[in-house]
Design a protein around this ligand. Structure first.
Ligand SMILES: *[C@@H]1O[C@H](CO)[C@@H](O)[C@H](O)[C@H]1NC(C)=O
Ligand SMILES: *[C@@H]1O[C@H](CO)[C@@H](O)[C@H](O)[C@H]1NC(C)=O
Ligand SMILES: *[C@@H]1O[C@H](CO)[C@@H](O)[C@H](O)[C@H]1NC(C)=O
Ligand SMILES: *[C@@H]1O[C@H](CO)[C@@H](O)[C@H](O)[C@H]1NC(C)=O
Length: 325
């Protein structure tokens, strides 16, 4: 899965340097679900991680099974680093500097990452890099919607590529939490929607971020726009005001997106067309299958419905003609 993402990144680099491709859009798709056809590449496997095991043992069986894929993926990252810095100094830096950072991480992350490095035989620095890679390279289209019966639905496309937004310039002390570690902590330990929302809004971060959060009851859905230090904005569902969904791509929701990277307008057009009456896992998948919400960087689509306990993930492809991002 992760290896697939790296390959996408390489494809992206070669496509953009080769030629300029204008935005490619299409009418809102219908009848895409259940997933089939050329945009569907397979389902994602399930793995159970036993959190009752000590942190350094939790990932052993998964890493053992995936060792070959992991080796291949790390090699792609090494080759990429070597292409940028032929002397090999970049990987040297990763191997020397990042292990020092691991020791500053809170547990269970420190022990889990060390366990993964031991199990895989891959240098600790490179495993660390791979764990924080997603912070820099993922872009998403995420939505939380409430249907007419008050059920909450969540859908997202994970787009793995270069960050196209306009990250806020931040300065000052580099302390705070990696977004992925905060997300994991909240998923593991938050006891309610409010509790999760508070943690995501208040915990100091290493970089600005967006969080999209859905609960299990009517009205519980929001987008939290974060700077490193604080929550800049909270946009919540409000069915009475007609806001039956909240949707986030990679721009502050109050700003106009860059016209060459606008997945928000096509996504909202399809949501508005669907209406609250007809929103479901099926119609969410249709929206997430409409170009350019679906694009060359889209690696998977995830659909969730809390009231049913549904969580489905599908590996995606976007055959030509299709936007590179
Ligand atoms: C969740 O809470 C438990 C108990 O306090 C703690 O041991 C564990 O490390 C926490 N998990 C995360 C990911 O922070
Ligand atoms: C929603 O989640 C809360 C917190 O986990 C739980 O106490 C409550 O029973 C859930 N409500 C429904 C309707 O599932
Ligand atoms: C979708 O509907 C919302 C709420 O009525 C509106 O604010 C928004 O401009 C619409 N967007 C598009 C792209 O149709
Ligand atoms: C909602 O779904 C019903 C039944 O499938 C269909 O007849 C209707 O046209 C749909 N409404 C919209 C706005 O798409």
């Amino acid at each position: 899965m992760a290896r697939f993402c790296i390959l996408c990144l390489i494809a992206f680099i070669s496509v953009t340097s080769a030629q300029f491709i204008p935005p490619y859009t299409e009418d809102c798709r219908t009848d895409m679900y259940p997933p089939k056809g050329p945009t569907f590449k397979g389902t994602v496997s399930w793995y159970t991680i036993d959190l009752d095991l000590p942190p350094h043992k939790r990932w052993t069986s998964l890493i053992t099974e995936k060792k070959k894929d992991l080796d291949n993926m790390i090699q792609v990252i090494r080759d990429l680093a070597k292409a940028f810095v032929p002397s090999g100094r970049l990987i040297e830096l990763v191997d020397v500097t990042l292990p020092l950072m691991v020791n500053t991480l809170p547990n269970p992350f420190k022990d889990e990452i060390k366990g993964i490095a031991l199990d895989s035989g891959i240098p600790l620095g490179e495993i660390t890099l791979f764990n924080i890679f997603y912070e820099v390279f993922t872009v998403c289209t995420s939505v939380v919607a409430e249907d007419s019966k008050g059920n909450l639905l969540h859908g997202r496309n994970l787009d793995f590529g270069l960050f196209m937004g306009h990250p806020r310039v931040d300065s000052g002390q580099r302390d705070g939490m990696w977004m992925s570690f905060l997300t994991r902590s909240v998923l593991e330990n938050a006891t309610s929607y409010d509790n999760a929302r508070y943690a995501l809004a208040q915990t100091k971060l290493l970089a600005p971020a967006y969080f999209i959060l859905g609960g299990n009851q009517s009205g519980q859905g929001c987008i939290i726009t974060r700077s490193r230090e604080l929550s800049l904005d909270l946009l919540e569902l409000n069915v009475k005001l007609g806001r039956w969904y909240v949707l986030e791509t990679n721009y502050d929701h109050w700003e106009e997106p860059f016209f060459l990277d606008d997945r928000r307008t096509p996504a909202m057009t399809c949501m508005n067309k669907t209406t609250q009456t007809n929103i479901s896992i099926k119609t969410l998948y249709d929206m997430l299958s409409t170009k350019p919400v679906l694009n060359k960087l889209t690696t998977y689509t995830t659909l969730m419905q809390v009231s049913e306990g549904t969580l489905e993930s599908y590996i995606r492809d976007c055959p030509n003609p299709c936007m590179p991002w």
